[in-house]
Design a protein around this ligand. Structure first.
Ligand code: ADP
Ligand code: MG
Length: 326
């Protein structure tokens, strides 16, 4: 079934879905286990096990009434977007949907490694290496390029909405939270859509048209945070943050980017551009030299003395001593 038949309002919300909405009790088929996986303003996400299969999932419980308004349509939109991205491995898979009088429950593939946010703010030994970020950025871009090809914009890309299948060893990316996503074909009004201040593009702040380029700005911020552990536009308050964004006031200093390649900086600079039409697209990013390192010059080992992205082979004298002998 194609989504062209979907019901769509002028805000780019799609409410026609293909999943069966189950009315039988969720608790009859799933057992909740462990503590909460996360929560947002209107949703709680909990780990659960499907009784019939023993498989693990993440159940997202969404309240239908929010601030006295019926938000069922927004939840159907979230479901429709997840359905449309079913073929892409980097978008979280939707398994089943349940509805009660107060809630809709999305049974999602469980991303056990948690939010990339945790590694972005972690200490050095747990933080991402540039090599990690190259691999993860490619996956994020592959997922987002898929959405964009299907005319879907995510509009809330940030480290809390990009999860990992496992933390150690570092797994693969799963993009979640399509609560603000829209179909591009029909957006005329976006004034109420506001993502997290630190990650929103200048056009959102100025109530200008949004496009797939709006997500690309967020990917620029995301990449900056993954590499440096710092949020490029974060000010002491909202006003300061917004001013930093609209002035594209960014620190690209040696200090902040210590040990990070100039190709990485060049990549970020192609995204944190105020004019959305001049920003790199997801496809362009995927062919950027930073994400496509030249093959190792194995045939010329003497030319390959210090490649910062590879583990250096240390001689006995310069290496740290191994754990002491018993
Ligand atoms: P909200 O719209 O309320 O922000 P999210 O979909 O972002 O809801 O979910 C809130 C949090 O729950 C996420 O930031 C993440 O930590 C966790 N979470 C969401 N989906 C999953 C999942 N499929 N697997 C594991 N954790 C999840
Ligand atoms: Mg979220």
């Amino acid at each position: 079934p194609s989504t062209t038949s979907a019901t769509m309002n002028r805000n780019g919300i799609v409410t026609k879905i293909h999943s069966r909405i189950r009315a039988d009790p969720f608790a009859a088929n799933y057992e909740l286990v462990g503590k909460e996986l996360g929560r947002g303003k209107f949703a709680v996400v909990k780990k659960c096990i499907e009784k019939a299969t023993g498989k693990q999932y993440a159940a997202k419980f969404l309240r239908k009434r929010r601030k006295g308004e019926d938000c069922r349509m927004d939840i159907l939109n979230e479901i429709a977007v997840l359905e449309s991205a079913k073929a892409n491995p980097y978008v979280v898979a939707l398994h089943e949907v349940y509805e009660t009088s107060a809630e809709i429950i999305l049974v999602l593939e469980c991303a056990d490694g948690g939010e990339i946010f945790n590694q972005c703010v972690a200490d050095n030994d747990e933080a991402f290496t540039e090599k990690d970020v190259v691999r993860l950025a490619k996956q994020i871009l592959t997922g987002v390029a898929f959405l964009h090809r299907n005319n879907v914009v995510h509009l809330d890309l940030k480290p809390q909405n990009v999860l990992l299948t496992s933390a150690t060893p570092l797994g693969d990316i799963r993009i979640v939270d399509f609560g603000l996503s829209r179909r591009m074909d029909s957006i005329t009004e976006i004034r109420e859509i506001l993502g997290t201040p630190e990650y929103v593009a200048p056009e959102i702040l100025n109530y200008e048209p949004i496009s797939t380029a709006t997500d690309m700005w967020s990917i620029g911020v995301l990449t900056y945070v993954m590499l440096t552990g710092e949020s490029p536009f974060l000010g002491d308050n909202k006003q300061e943050t917004f001013l930093n964004i609209s002035q594209v006031n960014i620190d690209y200093s040696q200090d902040t980017f210590e040990g990070i390649s100039s190709l990485a900086i060049d990549f970020i600079k192609s995204l944190l551009v105020k004019n959305p039409r001049k920003r790199a697209t997801a496809e362009e990013c995927l062919s950027h030299a930073w994400l496509n390192p030249l093959p190792h010059p194995l045939s010329h080992p003497h030319l390959n003395t210090a490649s910062s992205l590879d583990e250096p082979e240390m001689s006995q004298s310069e290496s740290e001593p191994e754990s002491p002998a018993p």
